[in-house]
Design a protein around this ligand. Structure first.
Ligand code: ZN
Length: 111
């Protein structure tokens, strides 16, 4: 069963795409859109936008490449310790702090 809408991916996390047209690409999370359950990953799912020159608005024509948001269920976090794409577990530290851990090797995913 899927875990309820808990967003476990954060900005600056290293993630791997596990579905869709950017399959197996790895990149850094630039933005998390919590309300839409989507993330923007650096260099992943690039969209080409053709823009027309508009001198009055100082816009140059040409092709602009931009990342498009991908659904959060299509990415997995990369563990810095074991180097694998993993699911996120949670652990409670003795001081009461919650940290995210790698389900594969148990290392902390938070710095
Ligand atoms: Zn790990």
């Amino acid at each position: 069963m899927e875990e309820r809408n808990r967003v476990q991916i954060r900005k600056n996390d290293q993630v791997k795409v596990i579905a869709g047209r950017s399959l197996d690409k790895v990149g850094r999370v630039l933005r998390v859109m919590r309300d839409k359950n989507r993330v923007i990953v650096e260099g992943v799912s690039m969209l080409k936008r053709h823009t027309r020159a508009n001198p009055s608005k100082n816009i140059k024509g040409g092709i602009v490449e931009r990342e498009s948001p991908i659904h959060i269920s299509n990415v997995k976090i990369m563990c810095g310790s074991c180097g694998q794409a993993t699911r996120v577990g949670h652990s409670l530290l003795s001081d009461g702090k919650k940290i995210r851990i790698c389900r594969k090797c148990g290392s902390s995913l938070d710095k």
